[in-house]
Design a protein. Structure first.
Length: 159
């Protein structure tokens, strides 16, 4: 998938350099043309799924953006209101069935979300240690991490 996405981007850059149209509509046309070429090429392979994977990645991007906005609003509310409503906690989250790349992507998604931070990975790579600012209930915080993990596996890492 990464190679196909890179090929799609390379075709878009090639279109932009040949057309001389360096506006946003020109970039969009280049990306669409590259996507079409890669999708047609993908039909000849054993598992044609370039379009479906792109849509699943887009769906994950929208899901992650909603998490990001919700977390930012929670942090902004914390800053604007008097008092201290944080319930910080360090959680241990299992990732023993992920490879190193997938663990890194999951850790970055967790860290990018305001209010959570991956502090450490265990020596054997089987656990992430996550600092959560709002983890009143441990099981609810783990469930939130599990939802992110499950969506990431289903929409980005699956074939």
């Amino acid at each position: 998938m990464i190679r196909r996405l890179g090929f799609d981007m390379a075709l878009a850059v090639l279109y932009l350099s040949w057309s001389g149209n360096h506006t946003w509509p020109g970039i969009l046309v280049g990306l669409v043309l590259g996507f079409i070429v890669v999708s047609v090429y993908d039909l000849g392979t054993a598992h044609p799924n370039h379009g479906r994977r792109a849509l699943r990645m887009l769906r994950f991007g929208v899901y992650f953006l909603t998490i990001l906005i919700r977390s930012n609003l929670q942090i902004a509310r914390e800053i604007m209101t008097p008092g201290f409503s944080q319930t910080p906690r360090i959680l241990r989250y299992p990732v023993d069935d992920l490879d190193d790349f997938q663990t890194t992507v999951l850790a970055n998604c967790i860290t990018l979300t305001p209010g959570t931070l991956v502090v450490d990975v265990s020596d054997d790579g089987g656990w992430l240690y996550v600092h959560c600012m709002y983890a009143l209930d441990r099981s609810e915080a783990i469930a939130g991490l599990s939802r992110l993990d499950e969506r990431l596996r289903r929409e980005v890492f699956s074939w």
